[in-house]
Design a protein around this ligand. Structure first.
Ligand code: TMP
Length: 215
């Protein structure tokens, strides 16, 4: 019998260092014989990657931006995430809907009620016992002071539309993540990302081990 799929998302403001730990966690799962699909949002499929380019580079109003990230998410869920979960794989996703609430909702000030509606609509998928609203089983939030993140990003590669936002924007985004944590305390694990890389990694491992998903 195949094991049930497992869906974990990684969140945090730009510069929080989540991608490094996502790669290490993929290796840890593979070392225990699990098949891992690593993916990202916006993106993960050919269509969603095209939408990503638009969202990250083109100027647009907040509603257009929100609709595009949800359109990308719908394709990503249908083409990649749901089939991988159905095969019993571990899906590690660099950002998911919490990013939309944090960036479009709090960062841009786009209506949260509309985002809730879109979340229900877009993430309704067919489960074994009927429709369900797909959410990660675990969301690891790499929490970092926006001023520290700005220092880390300074001088890095050419910033995209979001990375070039002022510190105030990222303070609002961080508040957005906090609100999502408070609304979904079981699903979220908050890790202080200003600690050393090794300490952060141990914290990631602990969170996953506590849930019984890694030995
Ligand atoms: P990345 O650089 O971590 O891959 O993230 C891409 C950027 O897109 C990042 O600045 C956050 C932003 N973003 C949103 O604004 N809304 C979303 O729903 C997602 C998934 C990402």
């Amino acid at each position: 019998m195949t094991q049930p799929g497992l869906f974990i998302s990684f969140e945090g403001i730009d510069g929080a260092g989540k991608s490094t730990h996502m790669a290490a966690l993929a290796q840890a799962f593979e070392a225990q014989g699990r098949v891992v699909t690593r993916t990202r949002e916006p993106g993960g499929t050919a269509l969603a990657e095209q939408l990503r380019e638009l969202v990250l580079q083109a100027a647009m109003d907040p509603m257009t931006e929100a609709l595009l990230v949800f359109a990308a998410r719908r394709d990503h869920l249908q083409q990649l995430i749901e089939p991988a979960l159905a095969r019993g794989e571990v899906v590690l996703c660099d950002r998911f809907t919490d990013a939309t609430f944090a960036y479009q909702g709090m960062g841009r000030g786009f209506d949260l009620k509309t985002l809730h509606y879109l979340e229900q609509l877009v993430q309704t998928v067919k489960g074994l016992d009927g429709d369900l609203i797909r959410q990660p089983e675990l969301t690891i939030w790499f929490a970092l002071d926006p001023r520290v993140a700005a220092q880390r990003l300074a001088g890095a590669r050419l910033p995209d539309k979001f990375e070039s936002q002022p510190v105030d924007f990222f303070s609002r985004v961080s508040d957005g993540y906090l609100q999502r944590l408070l609304a979904h305390p079981q699903r979220f694990a908050r890790i202080a990302a200003e600690q050393s890389r090794e300490t952060v990694w141990q914290a990631v491992l602990n969170v996953v081990r506590q849930r019984g998903w890694l030995a």
